[in-house]
Structures are given as C-alpha cells and as structure tokens.
Ligand binder design. Sequence first.
Ligand code: GTP
Ligand code: ZN
Length: 345
Amino acid sequence: MVTALTGLDALGWHAFQQRQLGPDDTDLTPARIANVHRDRVVALTADGSIDLTLDPGLTTAVVAVGDFVLCAPAQYRLIRVLDRQTELSRGTEYHTGDKQLIAANLDTLFITTSCNADFNPARLERYLALAHDAGVRPVIVLTKADQTDDPAGFADQARALGRDLAVLAVNAKAADLPAHFAPWCGQGQTIAFAGTSGVGKTTIANALTGGNAATRDIRDDDARGRHTTTGRSLHRMLAGGWLIDTPGMRGLGLAEVGFGIDATFPEISDLAAQCKFRDCAHEREPGCAVQAAVAAGAIDPDRLARFKKLKSENTQATEAIALARDKVRKQGRTAKGSKKPRQKS
Ligand SMILES: Nc1nc2c(ncn2[C@@H]2O[C@H](COP(=O)(O)OP(=O)(O)OP(=O)(O)O)[C@@H](O)[C@H]2O)c(=O)[nH]1
Ligand SMILES: [Zn+2]
C-alpha cells in the first residue's frame, strides 16, 4: 500500500483518495494535476513536478486541474484518475454532449463581484447553482468595499441570495486581505475564484499566493519540443492550501444542474414540494404553494422570476445535450479513435 506521506497531505490528499488505493497500486505514485495540455498533463507529486503522457483510453478530456491520479513516474505515464470529491464542469460541448471539466476536488468557490454596477444577483445565482451542483462550498466575495459608502448594503443583498451563505466584503488591495480568507485556505484546502473581468480575482489570488499567480506566462516545452506559453493552473497558497486558476472559470453556461438550482433557491424548492401538481410551473396553477408564499410576502418575486429563468435555461440545455449524446451513441461513435491526428502547424 502507498502510505499517505506528509508531502501528499500537503497536496490536499485526504482519506477519500487513500481509500481508493488497492493492493495492485503499490508501485504507483500519487500525484495531483497542475496543468492539462492536449496530449499530456503536468502533475505534482510529493517530490516535485512531473510531465505525464496519457495511456490509450485516457484523454485530457477526462482529466482536470486538481485531479488526483496514480502514475508511473519512471515511464512518465498517467495510469489512473481517482474518483473526484467534487467536479466543476460546464456543458458547452452541445454537439457531442461531452462535459467540459473545469476543476476537480475544489473545496470552496469564491464567487467574486464588486460593490458597484458589477453586482448582479442573477449572475451570482448562476454561479451559486454551479457550485452547489458540483458539491463545492460557495463564498460570495464583494471587492472594492473601499470604493462605496455602503459595503454593508451590498453584503446584505448578497446574503439574501442563499441560506447561511458566507459573504466577505473586502478591499482586495488591503494588507490584511489574507486574514479574511484564512478559514478556507489552510493546508489540504483547494479553492478557486469565479467572476467577471476586473472584479479583483487576480489581485486576491496574488495576495493569497504571494504573487505566484501573476506569473501566468511561463515557458513550457510541449511534447513535440516546441515552446508554448502557458500558465500553471494550480498554485500553492501561503496559508498551505491550493488555488486553481483556469481560464474556464470565467464564463460558465448552465446545463444539467437542476439539483444546484434547487439548492440555490431553497426557499422556493422546499415549498415547490407542497404544490398540488408535481409539475407545477408556479404560474397560476391552483394549489401552488410558491405563489401563495409570494402573495404572503414570504418569497421575493424577483427571486422566483430568476429561479424560473435558470430552470428553463437548464432544461433546454440539458435536453440539447441529451439529444447530442443520443445521436453520438446511435452513430456508434469511435470519435476519439477516428479523429484525425492533430496536424503539426
Ligand atoms: N480600490 C480597489 N481596487 C481594486 C479592488 N479589487 C480590485 N481592484 C482593482 O481593480 C482592477 C482589476 O483587478 P484584477 O485583480 O485584475 O481583476 P480580475 O478579476 O483578475 O480581472 P481579469 O483578470 O480580467 O479576470 C485592478 O486595477 C485592481 O487593482 C478593491 O477591492 N479595491
Ligand atoms: Zn407551484
């Protein structure tokens, strides 16, 4: 058996991963994926960073930054991807129905906006739905608290977007910033930031990593010996945890996140179970518990409108993906096998 070394604990390796090791895995080395390229990955082991090629049957579409894997370092081979504790993905590959993985084994997603016109409840709820669906704890971060007269007002509005929702209002440029994030950034913790451009994600990431994240452009040899400019995506934080920074974190489409939407609007989804009709659309149906709560002032009608909009977007996208998967299945696809090899450019 591979024993959990201190170095592995530092990578965020928990009992959840340890339990997945069997007697056949004795010779394999656990590692965590720091970067995913088209035909190889960069992984961190307890002893340092290593480039791994993928075995037949594995593609970089099934490996995400943050994944724990078993590898054979002497052969530079990735052997197995371990089950994930959480998985953040987006269903944008409508033509194939393939999920696009963004990050694996995240503990906390900091949904970031600012105390200004960027603050948008609908967008925050969209991110909340993704986080809840992925099993990742969401925390709302309100930056630029130093540029408004009313940071508490923004924080109250944010808190109204969930039950027991953690909300931080900060000046991302203040010296004491890391202290606000300390509860989520210690050893064994993995975090990421989501939010629109300019809200301060990089500023915060730099404060938490000691500037690591700013070095986005490092020279990196790809498997063909060419130099490509890529950014590392897994950054060690000063407090001991890991920060995942992938471009995929910027714009996120909703699909197959019905559970996450319900979890984002608990006051509505809890009541929906009491509607007379199981498929109640909470419009004008008789016996609608949700509309009754709106009339009684217990549910915010704006929240209900946004809930319905997300549900409908999610349903449409989910159906489109199901159709695509069906089509691919019927074509008896060996798509990965039949794809032409990538042309050298
Ligand atoms: N005064 C003040 N300025 C801030 C704060 N947060 C961010 N800024 C400034 O806002 C600008 C954008 O911040 P970034 O950290 O680059 O934002 P980002 O979210 O990483 O943006 P992208 O990389 O485009 O996604 C920078 O000039 C920051 O210095 C804050 O809390 N207070
Ligand atoms: Zn109803």
